[in-house]
Design a protein around this ligand. Structure first.
Ligand code: GSH
Length: 236
């Protein structure tokens, strides 16, 4: 059976990693059988989670995993028009390559309170001294990534100004739709759920989260997908 390697569940959500949550949501939306294996980025083929193992094939990066799942199991985007496919890609890139970084800034850099919550969630399982060393090492590394991306060069106000623009655009595009491209879940919804629940639906406080919470359609969208595809999280 396909194995999905990801962080431990936490915060009552599918995953604190946007991309792990995205991948698991695709698997569930497409009704593909899989088993979860807890892992850490240093064990992953590209040094980042998630990765999968499927019949001795090991694949890293949620975008290549998605291509694999579409080809081998089920393509959630089947039947979409060329325009819809283009829109789907554009929305995913905004979520994964832009809004994502504002949420990383919120977790790793914005306030000490957020950092403590994030640290506990990721490193809390490790023994005390190793936990602190790993936390310092990874915080430094991720802050460099945020800086490298460009987000880390802005003031907090600027980071959240840009992030709020993303939220506004996503809320406008979703409108009253059940899913981004209509009545049925497609790949963009797996991505949107993974990134939005980790923006609005997690215990990391910021003006970005507050702004997201003011968009009722986005809040309902996340709640609905969580309820429809992660019933097991409600019964634990
Ligand atoms: N483009 C990758 C991004 C994956 C990613 O950024 N994973 C993060 C967790 S959300 C990670 O493992 N980071 C560890 C690191 O950068 O050292 C994907 O789509 O899977």
């Amino acid at each position: 059976m396909l194995k999905l390697y990801q962080f431990e569940r936490t915060w009552g959500n599918p995953n604190l990693s946007h991309f792990c949550c995205k991948t698991e949501t695709y698997l569930r939306m497409a009704d593909i059988e899989y088993e979860v294996k807890s892992s850490l980025p240093m064990r992953a083929p590209k040094g980042k989670l998630p990765y999968i193992e499927d019949n001795n094939e090991v694949l890293g990066d949620s975008r290549f995993i998605e291509l694999h799942l579409k080809k081998k199991y089920k393509d959630l985007d089947q039947g979409l028009s060329e325009n819809e496919l283009a829109l789907s890609l554009v929305i995913q890139r905004l979520l994964e390559e832009h809004l994502f970084w504002a949420t990383m800034y919120s977790r790793w850099q914005y306030t000490d309170a957020n950092w403590q919550v994030n640290k506990q969630a990721i490193f809390g399982v490790l023994p005390p001294i190793i936990r602190d060393i790993a936390a310092v090492y990874f915080r430094c590394k991720i802050k460099q990534q945020i800086y490298g991306h460009g987000t880390g060069r802005h003031t907090a106000e600027e980071v959240f100004t840009l992030g709020k623009q993303d939220i506004n655009a996503l809320s406008m595009l979703l409108g009253d739709n059940k899913y981004f491209l209509g009545e049925h879940p497609t790949a963009v919804d797996a991505s949107a759920f993974g990134i939005l629940i980790n923006t609005i639906g997690c215990p990391i406080e910021s003006p970005l989260k507050e702004h997201g919470l003011s968009k009722v359609n986005l809040v309902n969208y996340i709640d609905r997908i969580k309820y429809d595809f992660y019933q097991d999280l409600y019964t634990v």
